[in-house]
Design a protein around this ligand. Structure first.
Ligand code: UD1
Ligand code: CA
Length: 454
């Protein structure tokens, strides 16, 4: 059996009160619609069509390279009309899974169970439902005397009696493609919202004598849609908890996990300990046996094994095994640390490679530099890499010792094993095995302070 998933994501999401379409709002660092696409892919479906409309240029940016097809619904005339836009992309002999783009908590296992149930029941349509204590806002599922599916009534069209039903339509369905696209053409917008309701397809199929099934989801949390920013925050919290639980199951220690936020794509090796108030974002990879945090923010970085990072900011950096970072270090894009590098307090590194065993322990700025192995950079040293117009490179060869408070005016190269005197402003290249000192001789003159109390 071949499957196609159609994700309906053309709506505006009025209750978000946003200039962006709802489905590109992020939960746990990932757009809502990308959560849905990932769940569908994890359930084994490769053919995915996303129906876009409102703010579609923003939705298009989410899917630049994942093989997802986009179709446009120019006017948002309802969920039935939205699905109709995908007709050309769907093989009529296939099974089509339809779902909304605003349900980031949906699990692949639930989708697989729905597909299996649909197949086993040889149904024309299967709708996923659940029971909610507060069903307000959702379509209610009406059943006939035998308990079989009868129809779905929307909140706005429901009688008070129907509103008291707490079995709701999740908005997730399986259909035989040929049937659903045939019936979609018969829909009429004869309802309170004047829309073409996809839900009406189920009633029509049933009235034609086809088999329409209901599958109740075990965990109602999964089908919670995000309609406003409060629900977005609730979804975020659940996703974060799931991610943290998964990491802990996989052997990562999270100390006070409620204070730790880790994006869904992040991977962390076993026996790494993450301390409180730490935020790890984007495509970050962290190795085994590291100590990360407290108070640390890392994004889009690769970190080796046994690395210690305390109270620091790391952004688009590469850190190899056994490095020690912080407290209060700032590693910026293009910072590449080889093994056993120490970067201490109030050190900023940008677009620079630091060789194995080198140390930048205190109060330095290193930008556009190539630093060799076993180099020691004294406290307060900075690279003067910018002349007001261009950036220039600083090269420190292996075993260099930079005296405290040196200014390295780039472009400049310090040869192997050379030393600079503390407080020097180095403007010219220094050959290997040399000492470069640039400062005025100290003068000592007799002096008497007026008052002795200071
Ligand atoms: C829909 C269901 C309701 C169900 C609920 C579950 C219908 C008529 N009602 O209601 O029974 O309980 O979902 O969350 O289907 N969309 C488009 N184009 C449109 C309209 C909607 O792409 O013209 C997309 C939206 O972007 C959204 C999804 O379809 O992702 C659902 O639309 P929405 O308007 O939120 O439907 P509900 O009123 O929530
Ligand atoms: Ca909705």
């Amino acid at each position: 059996m071949s499957y196609t998933a159609v994700i309906l994501a053309a709506g505006k999401g009025v209750r978000m009160k946003s200039n962006l379409p709802k489905v590109v709002h992020k939960a746990a660092g990932k757009p809502l619609v990308a959560h849905v696409v990932d769940a569908v892919q994890a359930a084994g479906i490769k053919d995915i069509v996303v129906v876009v409309g409102h703010g579609r240029e923003h939705v298009e940016k989410v899917f630049t390279d994942d093989g997802v097809q986009l179709v446009v619904q120019e006017e948002q005339l309802g969920t039935g009309h939205a699905l109709q836009q995908a007709q050309e992309q769907v093989d009529p002999a296939s099974t089509v899974l339809v779902l909304a783009g605003d349900i980031p908590l949906l699990r692949p296992s639930t989708l697989k169970a729905l597909l299996d149930y649909h197949q086993q029941g040889q149904a024309e349509a299967t709708v996923l439902t659940t029971h909610l204590e507060q069903p307000t806002g959702y379509g209610r599922v009406l059943r006939d005397e035998q308990g079989y599916f009868a129809r779905i009534v929307e909140e706005k069209d429901a009688s008070p009696e129907e509103k008291s039903i707490n079995e709701i339509n999740s908005g997730i369905y399986c259909f035989q493609a040929g049937s659903v696209f045939r019936v979609l053409q018969q829909l009429r917008p004869a309802n309170a919202q004047g829309e073409y309701y996809l839900t009406d397809v189920l009633e029509i199929l049933k009235s034609e004598g086809h088999r329409v099934q209901v599958m109740a989801a075990a965990d109602s949390e999964e089908i919670h849609g995000v309609n406003d920013r409060i629900q977005l925050a609730q979804a975020e919290k659940i996703l974060r908890r799931r991610k943290n639980d998964q990491l802990m199951r996989d052997g990562v220690t999270l100390v006070e996990p409620d204070s730790i936020m880790i994006d869904s794509q992040v991977t962390i090796g076993r026996d790494t300990v993450v301390m409180p108030f730490t935020l790890i974002q984007g495509k970050t990879i962290i190795g085994e046996g590291c100590e990360i945090g407290p108070w640390t923010n890392i994004n889009d970085s690769t970190i080796g094994d046994r690395v210690v990072i305390e109270s620091s900011r790391v952004k688009e950096a590469q850190i190899s095994d056994d490095c020690v970072i912080g407290p209060y270090a700032y590693l910026r894009p293009g910072a590449q640390l080889e093994t056993q590098v120490k970067v201490g307090d109030f050190v900023e590194i940008k677009q620079s490679t630091i060789g194995s065993g080198s140390k930048i322990p205190h109060l330095s700025y290193v930008g556009d530099a190539l630093v060799g192995r076993q180099v020691n950079i004294g406290a307060g040293t900075i690279t003067c890499n910018y002349d007001g117009q261009h950036k220039h490179q600083t090269i420190l060869e292996d075993h260099v010792f930079i005296g405290s408070n040196t200014n390295l005016v780039a472009p400049v190269r310090i040869g192997e094993s050379s030393v600079t005197g503390a407080g020097s402003t180095i403007t010219r290249d220094v050959p290997a095995q040399s000492l470069a000192v640039e400062r005025a001789d100290q003068r000592v003159v007799p002096w008497k302070k007026k008052k002795q109390d200071h």
